[in-house]
Design a protein around this ligand. Sequence first.
Ligand SMILES: Nc1ncnc2c1ncn2[C@@H]1O[C@H](COP(=O)(O)OP(=O)(O)OP(=O)(O)O)[C@@H](O)[C@H]1O
Ligand SMILES: [Mg+2]
Length: 344
Amino acid sequence: MPRNPYTLVFGREPLQLIPRVSHITEITESFDDDPPSQQVFLLTGVRGSGKTVLMTEIAKQLAKRDGWIAVGLNPERDMLKTLAAKLASEQTLAKLFQSASINLSFFGIGLEVKGAVPIADVELALEKMLSSLVRHGKRLLITVDEVANTQTMREFASTFQILVRKDLPLCLLMTGLYNNVRRLQDEKTLTFLYRAPRIDMGPLNIGVIANNYRKTLGVDGDEAIRMAKLTRGYPFAFQVFGFFAWRHGSLDDEALMQAKQYLDDYAYEKIWSELSEGDRVVARAIANTPSSRIRDVRQEAGLSTNQFNPYRDRLIKKGVVNGSTYGHVSFTLPLFEQYVLEHA
Ligand SMILES: Nc1ncnc2c1ncn2[C@@H]1O[C@H](COP(=O)(O)OP(=O)(O)OP(=O)(O)O)[C@@H](O)[C@H]1O
Ligand SMILES: [Mg+2]
């Protein structure tokens, strides 16, 4: 049997990719403008909404363009030192730094530089390295997956801010869950982050998903559309439904049951555990209200409009609830109603 074209793995670029064309264009063009029209973007969205995949895709596309260098940093480590080390470990860059007499021996990195005093401050080291990059027409994209308001992240962001003010050629693309990004953005000293545009991972295009299922699974047009609608455009579900449909030959009841179990175990359990008790009350009410009308949901939850609205807004921002149809609320995640009712 040929290999399953769909993947159940998070964070790696899938073989079957539904391109988020407008986001990719917006971000790459902003970064690639001279000077960049935006130097920071934050990608937020619920687990499994494709933040890591989009970030990776953008880094890959920019790295292909002339002069761009892309470096990924782990927000749990010393980010500044890692950045200096990663830049110095690229052969061609190391030579530039060496010819600019940037001595990084203090950090135990870089090529030997005779006669130059070792730099002991990492911020100064980065400033010199970036100045030498700009002289050679190079630009740097830094990607950070799953940010939170941590000490290392604040330290990194404050240095980034200083380097940007010195007109150095660097851009920053980060991902995170809404709450984590919000807490980082609320950090008063990091003004550039406060103003940084946030992009919420909306659903993937249903028509493009249907087309993919038709071509990849060989199902007919109607079945492809039925399956695509079932995913609600949730990227992880696109892979999971595709995976089990491929394995079973179609998305029959058995395949759907296995797919649902997979969504539960690898996404919904985690998403549910991260909701507050109030969020859960509202989620249960949504699951119990087939009409999806706000008035009915509120009544089911036993909440007044003033009590209900903050929960609704928060669930929308977290990417769990869709509020785009006036007077209605529904889950963005397929079969999530069932999960909620089973866990009520
Ligand atoms: N554009 C896309 N087209 C097709 N599949 C996608 C796309 N984006 C993401 N996926 C699939 O969805 C799943 C989740 O993607 P990803 O790991 O990027 O999510 P995430 O938002 O980073 O989740 P987490 O918050 O848990 O890190 C993966 O299986 C991935 O293959
Ligand atoms: Mg991720």
